[in-house]
Write a protein that binds this ligand. Sequence first.
Ligand SMILES: *Cc1c(COP(=O)(O)O)cnc(C)c1O
Length: 400
Amino acid sequence: MATDRPEGQSTRIIHNRHHRDAFGSPYSPIYNTTTYRFPDTEAQLDVIEARKPGYLYTRWGTNPTIQELEQGLAALEQAESGLAFASGMAAISATILAHGQRGVVCVGDIYGGTQELLANHCLPLGIPVTFLLQTDAGALEASLTRPDMLVFCETPANPTLAIADLRTMARITHGKGALLAVDNTFASPINQRPLTLGADLVVHSATKYLGGHSDLTAGALMSSAPLSEAVAPWRKNLGQLLSPETAALLSRSLRTLPVRIRQHNENAMTVAQALDGYPGVTRVLYPGLPSFPGHQLAVEQMSGFGGMMTIEITGGGGTATAVADNLKIFLLATSLGGVESLVSQPSVTSHHDIGKEEREKRGISDGMLRLSIGLEDPSDLIADMQQAIDRATANSILPR
Ligand SMILES: *Cc1c(COP(=O)(O)O)cnc(C)c1O
């Protein structure tokens, strides 16, 4: 590059020319190879003893295709280092095992898999785990009872889209000598960069927005080099690396991430505004709506409001189920972040197993539908949602 002028996020993502190949390919070919040949033992020892850079064995993370992906992942979150994983849960579990051994404090609602990992696997291993449903500063401060603990949170959180104040959490966490890890899957690095707000580690289910087409499973961790170097041996020895083919597919997806996210943001805002106040809809939880409880905080720490929203259907669980079943364009499916719009009812899917009482504590009602707004024409999404709501509420005695 001819100038020292800092490049924008989209330029950095597209011109991530880590790899330069002999034939002029702008991107790394897929190196499916698992091992690498050396001219002699001395050259091999130079790499093993880290005197020279080189590739040894793909499961260890030394693979050109995977490393090119990791450069892109780091650039996205303005991180020093990126590690790619076989799934979001692989990234989360390795991060927790590497940095959470002296205790984990989970703030707010978290992904079901993370909840299971902490409750069913970390606790029996002797790792102290605290689940804090309140996101207030005082409760967090009081729960950080030992040095070197790990605070883990998601914002926006599933499915209420609750916003946690990352700057405040980072200040309290660091004041107690702990690290802050943020699952940034819902926002994506285009809408929110937690490391710039004070977080220490960012994890992603790359299966969602980073992949963006519902056709790959992968995960990512972005952080400083020392923090990621502590996680890499866990990834290596738990065998959590993704395949080079998946890495290449994910690298390709990252190049269109900024433009996809901008469109997800725009479509979701259009759908949220159309459903807000629509007969049969009690409320729309979307961070971009001024009526949303966390709107001001979202404005302060996010640069876009994302593609996720939750609507509450008048009449409760049965009516919400009827709406979901009446939809023609939205797919009734779990997951999120793809080009196609998805609908799921948290009380019968992601939050089914915790029971009604626990759901109520978290502000999750049976009438809620979580929407992942895709890249279809928003007018079609609105028409689909409205016809499904109209049909489901047609028998209602309430005036519409
Ligand atoms: C899907 C998801 C995960 C888990 O990711 P996988 O790729 O399915 O392992 C973690 N966190 C959040 C917020 C998610 O949505």
